[in-house]
Design a protein around this ligand. Sequence first.
Ligand code: PLP
Length: 388
Amino acid sequence: MNSFKDIDNEYVLGTYGRFDVEIARGSGSEVYDVNGKRYIDMGSGIGVTVFGICDKEWTEAVSAQLNTLQHMSNLYYTEPCAQLAKLLCNKTGMKKVFFCNSGAEANECAIKTARKYAAEKKGSEYSTIITLKNSFHGRTITTLSATGQDKFHEHFMPLTEGFDYADANDFEGLVKVIEKNKTAAVMMEIVQGEGGVIALNEDFVNKTAQYCTDNDILLIIDEVQTGNGRTGKLYAYMNYGINPDIVTTAKGLGGGLPLGAILFSDKCKDTLKKGEHGSTFGGNPVCCAGAISIISRLDDKFLDEVKQKSKLVFESLENEKGIESVSGMGLMIGIKTTKNALDVVKECNEKGVLCLTAKDKVRLLPALNISVEVLKEALDIIKSVCAN
Ligand SMILES: *Cc1c(COP(=O)(O)O)cnc(C)c1O
């Protein structure tokens, strides 16, 4: 068979703990390794392939654009970028969009915006961004600084200054941290993904949003993992009825092509001006064409199906042998297993199911259009692995 594992191990930087699986191709929620073994994909490339592998409508949209215009610089207007920005604004009520290529870059742009906004409104000393402990916001030096987990900081000090951290779900504690600093913005995930798939309390989120509004502190919601239909709403904050000032997203946005976006509310839609930010590939026509095919299909009917499947997953897994608890929202699910999570994932791989970990949990992020039949098949295998 055409094995490329050894070549990879020799030539690709060893930053990933790769599983011993060589994926060759796929279709929907099923992927096949180089030997033709079938796996059910319960990770979707870490929440990226929203409509699965090589979804027909997505592939056609991307191919058509690929055969029309694959790239132009941002010195010129291109249609997919314009249409995607309009679509995102119409569906969210946000006013403007900046496109980049990844989640970390989206958060970088949000941080730049918040600092400039606060400097203009209150003075340049108002530069601190408050994030939550146990959060994850990216791997650049600045987004590592934003990430409230020491283990990601190790080896890379000094990180960017001007970040402080508060406990999730402790509103009074958050206010203390905000007031101790000259605060520009609060940034948080609605469901902490890498932190173990933990949803924030509604009360905490609502109080935080109100406090930020009252004190003209920007509220940045990091929807890199929770966004684009994952939680059963287009963006997870919509489950809580708040209006963030800035929303960042990436992962699933392009459906499998690198694309990030920052959505700006009326308050800060004109903060960054000509020459103050940019990205060579940002708004790339092929990536945006893929994203239009994803975002335009995330309507109420489709999102209701996501919620139904979420219910099915929770009901299927809760109170099962070897499963201590199930957390998350929509099709973003964390499973606290009696057995070591990584061992569960490895055993699932052997039995033909690909899933992820998040801290000490097994994490599931299936394609949102996974069929109920295939979903049940995967859950049965996961349960059998957890039980013995
Ligand atoms: C994955 C992730 C990021 C980083 O995204 P990249 O595209 O890998 O840079 C940032 N924030 C959250 C919440 C994420 O899940």
